[in-house]
Design a binder for this molecule. Structure first.
Ligand SMILES: [Zn+2]
Length: 116
């Protein structure tokens, strides 16, 4: 193979890698969109919109877990300083093992506040 063909082949491989990366990222973003869409549809249904009703915090949390916006973690110590699990149950109860609800990585703020 001539040097120019080798260079073209190397450039083509770089382009292919970039394209594969872009496709993978597009699939991830599409999956996030689909989860969010399904979550929103259930919130609309639960709220009985447009007639209007409230959505309970527990229902909201259950739907968020079901659609991947929150993940459940069993913790025996605070996941972050000031974790609401510690504040609500105390360090002794937390030490026995409690479910802590954490935002999905794709939803979390860059500097995550406790359950913020
Ligand atoms: Zn926690």
């Amino acid at each position: 193979m001539t040097p120019i063909l080798e260079q073209l082949e190397a450039l083509f491989e770089i382009e292919c890698q970039t394209h594969r990366h872009d496709l993978k990222r597009l699939a991830e973003v599409s999956a996030d969109r689909d989860r969010l869409r399904a979550f929103c549809r259930e919130l609309f249904a639960e709220s009985e919109w447009p007639a209007g009703s409230d959505i309970g915090g527990f229902t909201f949390q259950e739907l968020a877990v079901a659609h991947g916006l929150l993940r459940e973690e069993t913790r025996t110590e605070p996941c972050v300083k000031g974790c609401h699990c510690e504040q609500n149950y105390g360090i002794k109860e937390l030490a026995k093992g409690l479910t802590c609800y954490r935002k999905a990585d794709w939803l979390a703020e860059k500097i995550e506040a406790p359950h913020g």
